[in-house]
Design a binder for this molecule. Structure first.
Ligand SMILES: [Zn+2]
Length: 256
């Protein structure tokens, strides 16, 4: 019972952090400060959003997804990011308990959520955020003794090298730019946080998931246009790897 209350508490804390991530997703690509102004404004009528309309998840449903003043639709991304952040925080606490690993992996997921949603909305992975993620991943991994320094550094390098290699391969075969610098940095960040074994599994999963997605997309629309945003798939791969990586690996080796 006490544990259940703690899990709920961490869900609430996570959704409040998700609310801050929403501010970052909106403001960082526009080059605005994430701290000032402290209050958020409706992008249409520019009225200040009241504190009681700023409660994670709840406010969106109470307002039925519309601005209180001008009835402009609020993006479903707001409750989605708040829910995801709350859910990963609660689930991580449930699985990993009070440990440094809980902090390490939860902050890692916040970076993934932040970068993925910016990629989905703006089609870009801001270098600034990835670099902060890279530095954070190395420091947290080394000082928290998550893995050996060698495994951490090798992870980051391996992640970057694989994506650069895939990008060059794509350029040669399809004569199209497939991977950007943002994807390389994101893969490096995943490597620094998870180490060389898991970055390998994460990228492998990212390709598998994106392949299934692309096939589904082609079947549905009968065409394929534009550049595929790979950031969200890399994040999804890392996410699946953290929770199911070992199980997937042992299952895979049993098949061989
Ligand atoms: Zn408004």
């Amino acid at each position: 019972m006490e544990n259940l209350l703690l899990v709920i508490w961490f869900f609430i804390v996570g959704s409040v952090i998700g609310s801050f991530l929403n501010v970052c997703i909106f403001r960082i690509p526009e080059g605005k400060s994430v701290i000032f102004p402290v209050y958020s404004f409706c992008p249409k009528c520019e009225k200040k959003i009241l504190w009681r309309d700023n409660i994670p998840l709840l406010s969106f449903f109470l307002l039925r997804g519309k601005c209180r003043f001008c009835r402009e639709k609020i993006s479903a991304r707001y409750p989605l990011v708040e829910f995801l952040s709350g859910a990963v925080t609660a689930v991580n606490f449930y699985i990993f308990g009070y440990s440094f690993y809980f902090l390490h992996i939860t902050i890692f997921f916040y970076f993934l959520i932040l970068l993925s949603f910016i990629d989905i909305e703006k089609g870009t992975l801001p270098i600034r955020i990835s670099i902060i993620g890279v530095v954070w991943g190395i420091l947290s991994g080394v000082f928290g003794r998550i893995l050996s320094t060698y495994e951490i550094l090798l992870g980051g390098i391996l992640g970057g090298v694989i994506i650069i290699a895939v990008g060059l391969f794509g350029k040669l075969v399809f004569r199209k730019e497939s991977m950007g610098g943002g994807d390389v940095l994101l893969a490096m960040m995943i490597g620094f946080f998870l180490g060389y074994k898991d970055v390998f599994i994460s990228i492998w999963l990212a390709f598998l998931i994106s392949f299934i997605f692309i096939i589904g997309y082609i079947i549905k629309t009968r065409k394929l246009r534009g550049r595929i945003k790979f950031g969200p798939f890399l994040s999804l791969g890392a996410f699946v790897c953290v929770f199911f990586g070992e199980r997937l690996l042992s299952w895979y080796f049993r098949l061989l």
